[in-house]
Design a protein around this ligand. Structure first.
Ligand code: GLN
Length: 549
């Protein structure tokens, strides 16, 4: 039988529930337990696939093609496991299931209500992952903040489970904020007391309180929180700000969060935590030997969360290369042929990000041209690869009107075109080419050197593809399709061999990079950028030279 941990949040949003949940999961995993995490999101969208990145940040795609909350990315990066369709539940999905059942007549003439029908479906989803004997522990992170109207049915479902499951099979962690009032030089526990009170009024009694704080909590404060929030003092956990999210598991271990959880869940068989690879990674991350600047060209650059997995992949790949990767966001809409050199000249590498629609397209193409011509390492992901194809078509192969039909459906030179099976689809939710597909890698190519394998599997999220009508023209002109889908011949990787590093991929490698398994494409791109930087340092700047003489 699996055991269940619920993580709720209080006082304010953005406290890092996902990171705390992932850190606890990591510690339990390091002690030899089989752990997974799921996210329960109280919004009514069926999934975040149709949401603008400005709303909830990046949409994370799982192996089985679910479009999910970006917290699943944290779970995978921390735990080095794959999540699935079942790991992200939304209110939209819950209602969809209940309403479909009602239409089928499954409720036998009863009035369908939030309690018990919606809460029953929530409970079914909460317990689902624990039913196949695949996991010892299922952690469920409840999105939103306690007190939100939207999350009430989820809290109610936990309340019911508290009575339905044996005491030792369920645990509630409440994450809260202890604000520090500078003027009074005091940490304040009142918001936490209120938030726990609100939770208790709904019949849910937290076993552990994790306190986000900018200042250390002393014993007295811990005792006070314990007293007012009805938990043992040892179950009041301090979660200070960390220099990197990857340090949080160790901070939680210092606070004995894992041991407190194991005790309450009455788990007696566990090992000493093995975090050797994790610590090795952290060491490299904290003490880099070099620094490089990578430009990230996108149109959602104001919002870091929009490119979460890419940023984290750079953290992993930077550690492997023992260098700090400074990612510099550059808005594609503001790049022009006149300013491109100024904007990009100090970079060591350029990444053109995934995206949709036509806004900022020309800026991306201009940036690719600069990277290709100046020998700046280039990495294009999904839309980024498509832009590289258009740029090469226009400026090297002389296909002046090269374009994507996403930007101009009537273009005379559709080097990027909508995939055939997409042409009949009109609905937007979950209808792209999603999830993991195999890809054959051509021997002798850069991609082959990077992957060291003739077949790979990567995750996708797109509607458009390289138009194979142009394949021969591109290949004879110096841009090679080094990765192809074995069944359809869909181009998955495009590269220019005669360049220090120029690779574009139709898939999303950033979705598969984890701390313990950094992605090879990111590792090699960072290595190329590092080499570019070293070369720059070794070559005296002619401008400086002339000034000196
Ligand atoms: N908009 C492009 C497509 O649908 C690229 C998608 C992406 O970058 N994820 O093919």
């Amino acid at each position: 039988m699996a055991k269940y941990i619920f993580v709720t949040g209080g006082v304010t949003s953005s406290l890092g529930k996902g990171i705390i949940a992932a850190s606890l999961a990591k510690l339990l995993q390091a002690r030899g337990l089989r752990v997974t995490i799921q996210k329960l999101d109280p919004y009514i969208n069926v999934d975040p696939g149709t949401l603008n990145p400005y709303e909830h940040g990046e949409c994370f795609v799982t192996e089985d093609g679910a479009e999910t909350d970006l917290d699943l990315g944290h779970y995978e990066r921390f735990l080095n496991i794959f999540t699935s369709q079942a790991n992200n539940v939304t209110t939209g999905k819950i209602y969809q299931t209940v309403i479909n059942k009602e239409r089928e007549g499954a409720y036998l003439g009863k009035t369908v209500q939030v309690i018990p029908h919606i809460t029953d479906e929530i409970k079914r989803r909460m317990l689902l992952l624990g039913q196949q004997n695949e996991f010892d522990i299922i952690i469920s992170e409840i999105g939103g903040t306690v007190g939100d109207i939207e999350s009430l049915p989820y809290i109610e479902a936990i309340r019911q489970l508290q009575w339905e499951l044996p005491d030792e099979d369920l645990l509630v962690v409440h994450l809260t904020l202890i604000p520090y009032l500078k003027a009074a030089r005091e940490l304040k526990t009142k918001p936490t007391q209120h938030s726990v009170k609100m939770l208790s009024e709904s019949g849910v009694f937290p076993d552990v309180i994790v306190c986000r704080t900018e200042e250390p909590l002393n014993q007295e404060i811990k005792r006070k929180i314990a007293l007012f929030c009805n938990v043992k003092a040892e179950a009041v956990i301090e979660a200070p700000d960390a220099s990197t999210i990857y340090e949080v598991p160790l901070l939680m271990m210092n606070e004995k969060l894992d041991l407190i959880v194991l005790k309450k869940l009455n788990i007696t068989e566990f090992s000493e935590p093995d975090l050797s690879r994790w610590k090795e990674f952290l060491d490299k991350l904290k003490y880099p030997k070099a620094r490089i600047n990578i430009g990230l060209i996108g149109k959602y650059v104001e919002l870091q969360d929009a490119y979460k997995s890419i940023l984290e992949s750079f953290v992993h790949a930077g550690a492997v290369n023992e260098c700090k990767v400074q990612v510099i966001p550059i808005h594609s809409e503001f790049i022009t042929p006149e300013n491109v050199s100024d904007k990009l000249k100090n970079l060591d590498g350029l990444l053109v990000a995934p995206g949709f629609g036509y806004r900022g397209i020309e800026g991306k193409i201009t940036a690719v041209k600069f990277a290709r011509e100046s020998g700046l390492p280039f990495f294009g992901i999904c839309l980024g690869m498509q832009m590289a194809v258009i740029e090469y078509g226009r400026n090297v192969l002389g296909i002046t009107n090269a374009q994507s039909t996403e930007t101009d459906p009537e273009t005379s030179e559709p080097v990027i075109d909508m995939m055939e099976e997409q042409k009949k689809i009109t609905a937007k939710g979950g209808t792209m080419r999603l999830g993991s597909y195999p890809c054959n890698i051509k021997p002798g190519t850069v991609a082959f050197k990077i992957y060291g394998s003739p077949v790979i599997n990567e995750r996708h999220r797109h509607r458009y593809e390289f138009n194979n009508r142009y394949l021969q023209q591109f290949e004879s002109g110096g841009m090679t399709a080094s990765g192809l889908n074995p069944e359809t011949g869909l181009v998955e990787i495009m590269e220019i061999e005669a360049h220090p590093f120029f690779v574009g991929c139709q898939f999303h490698p950033e979705l598969k990079s984890s701390v313990e398994n950094p992605h090879p494409l990111f590792i090699h791109f960072v290595a190329a950028a590092k080499a570019h930087n070293e070369k720059k340092q070794a070559t005296p700047n002619p401008l400086l030279q002339s000034e000196m003489t």
